[in-house]
Design a protein around this ligand. Structure first.
Ligand code: ZN
Ligand code: ZN
Length: 495
């Protein structure tokens, strides 16, 4: 009996179907694309295997960082496997070698590195479906599975160029909400990870963490949402839910680290995929109610740009009418800071490098004052006049000139990511100033911010685009050529 015919079951992770035909045989193959939580599926398989008295299997994990998946997988499997059962984990190249070593069909394998389509080719090449008792990746690329899959646009390498992609999301759990994505905001983070600027990108990478949509399904234990509700998902989709920060609904600061909405590693080992996609499944805790009547397109940018400035403004009590706020940078974040500042009754000064934004800042956004930072006279006139400054600039810039604008005990909050923060101690000590940092916010303050925007009719400035325009939009965003946030019309363009 050759190797292939001894394999009696396979698991198609991509297609989320599990096919078992175990009987007296001892080995079966698992294959998945790594996007559908290999460890959880493997656990389920292993339990069934042990019950059936099977003695070993080959686990194939495709398209993921092997080292990241391998350790939790092995740990989990050791807890489950009984001594009679052995297992082996390999990546695509090793699986191929396994096939080659044990099959008499070696010559027919021409694929060096298996991709999704290539798995199907191997199935066909090896005539696996005709091998006795063997079911291999059946229907994975059929039109039916595509229909049930998640459509998306993904970056494949550090060029950061996005193109159509399809994958599977996890099955709906009892605490999960599944939402049809109608809109997704375009954040600078999408460029950072699409282009692997931090060196930790995992491809294929589906960006997007300003997600708005409509609930299409809820798990049996979900109490806060029902089908048809308008909801949003922000920059993280999981956390430990038991540390002091999670208990305070400050999940963004979770001791074990919150799980980012894309390019993150979820609790089950799967790599998260973001909102440039047709739907997403999240635990209800990380899903937010978008108030009735608030446009979904406008809601999307609130989930990152909005909360990134709202959270520190509330933390540092910048909602005191009559106080003065300086806003550095007038992009996606900065323009929201101006809008929140005006809603809080602050006197808002925009600090910008570009005179071209002056008229819009004053007349459309309602800022009280506009200062060109390169103009010494204008800067001097602002000396020691501001209670608060929010710095949204992501490029490198000096800090001392801005700190000199703060009154005694003034607060400077950094929400951008320059490569370095450097200033004279005197800028801080003299005048007892505070420099603070912040990123997004916990689930409590996110919901509060959404409700505040609806109640006060605060809407971000958006340019709605089809997904097909995304590569150009990312380029324009890097050049600051957008007022003030691109929002992808997922519902009407991702098909
Ligand atoms: Zn963002
Ligand atoms: Zn936690």
């Amino acid at each position: 009996m050759d190797w292939l015919s001894r394999h009696h079951a396979s698991v198609d992770c991509w297609n989320k179907t599990v096919v078992f035909k175990p009987d007296e045989e001892t080995e079966f193959a698992f294959h998945g694309d790594g996007l559908s939580s290999p460890s959880s599926i493997l656990s389920a398989i292993t339990r069934r295997m042990v019950r059936k008295g099977m003695q070993g299997f080959l686990a194939y994990v495709h398209d993921v960082n092997m080292e990241e998946v391998r350790r939790p997988l092995i740990k989990e499997l050791h807890g489950l496997l009984d001594e009679r059962v052995s297992f082996e984990i390999c990546e695509s190249g090793a699986l191929l070698a396994h096939f080659q070593a044990k099959s008499d069909l070696v010559d027919r394998i021409k694929v060096a590195q298996m991709k999704d389509e290539q798995l199907c080719k191997i199935r066909d090449d090896l005539e696996l479906e005709r091998a006795p008792g063997f079911v291999f990746h059946k229907d994975a690329m059929s039109s039916e599975s595509v229909k049930d899959g998640c459509l998306a646009w993904a970056a494949r390498d550090p060029s950061g160029v996005l193109s159509p992609y399809k994958f599977s999301r996890r099955a709906l759990g009892k605490d999960d909400v599944s939402l049809k994505i109608t809109h997704c905001g375009v954040c600078y983070a999408d460029v950072i990870w699409s282009k692997n600027k931090h060196g930790d990108s995992r491809y294929p990478l589906v960006p997007g963490h300003e997600i708005a949509g409509i609930v299409k399904e809820v798990g049996s234990s979900v109490s806060n949402f029902k089908v048809g509700d308008h909801v949003g998902v922000g920059t993280y989709i999981n956390s430990c839910r038991e540390c002091e920060y999670c208990n305070d609904k400050e999940e963004v600061s979770c001791e074990k680290g919150s799980v980012f909405t894309f390019n993150g590693i979820d609790a089950d080992g799967s790599i998260t995929k973001g909102g440039y996609s047709s739907y997403i499944i999240v635990h209800e805790r990380y899903c937010f109610r978008i108030p009735d009547g608030y446009p979904l397109a406008s809601a999307a940018p609130l989930l990152c740009a909005g909360i990134t400035v709202y959270n520190p403004m509330m933390r540092h009590k910048m909602n005191q009418p009559g106080k003065s706020l300086g806003v550095i940078g007038l992009g996606g974040l900065g323009h929201m800071a101006v809008k929140f500042g005006k809603a809080f009754g602050l006197k808002v000064t925009v600090l910008s490098t570009s005179a071209s934004k002056k008229e819009e800042a004053l007349s459309v956004l309602g800022a009280d004052n506009f200062v060109i930072t390169s103009d010494q006279e204008q800067m001097k006139a602002l000396y020691k006049s501001l209670d608060f400054i929010i710095d949204t600039a992501s490029g490198d810039h000096p800090f001392d000139p801005y700190l000199s604008l703060l009154k005694t005990a003034g607060v400077f909050v950094l929400v951008g990511f320059p490569s370095e923060v450097k200033f004279s101690p005197a800028s801080l000590n003299i005048g007892m100033k505070t420099v603070s940092g912040s990123i997004t916010g916990g689930t409590r303050v996110i919901q509060e911010m959404l409700d505040f925007c609806a109640a006060n009719k605060i809407y971000p400035g958006i340019e709605v685009i089809p997904i097909q325009y995304i590569n150009e939009a990312l380029e324009r965003m890097v050049k600051n050529d957008v007022k003030y946030r691109f929002v992808i019309d997922i519902e009407n363009s991702l098909k």
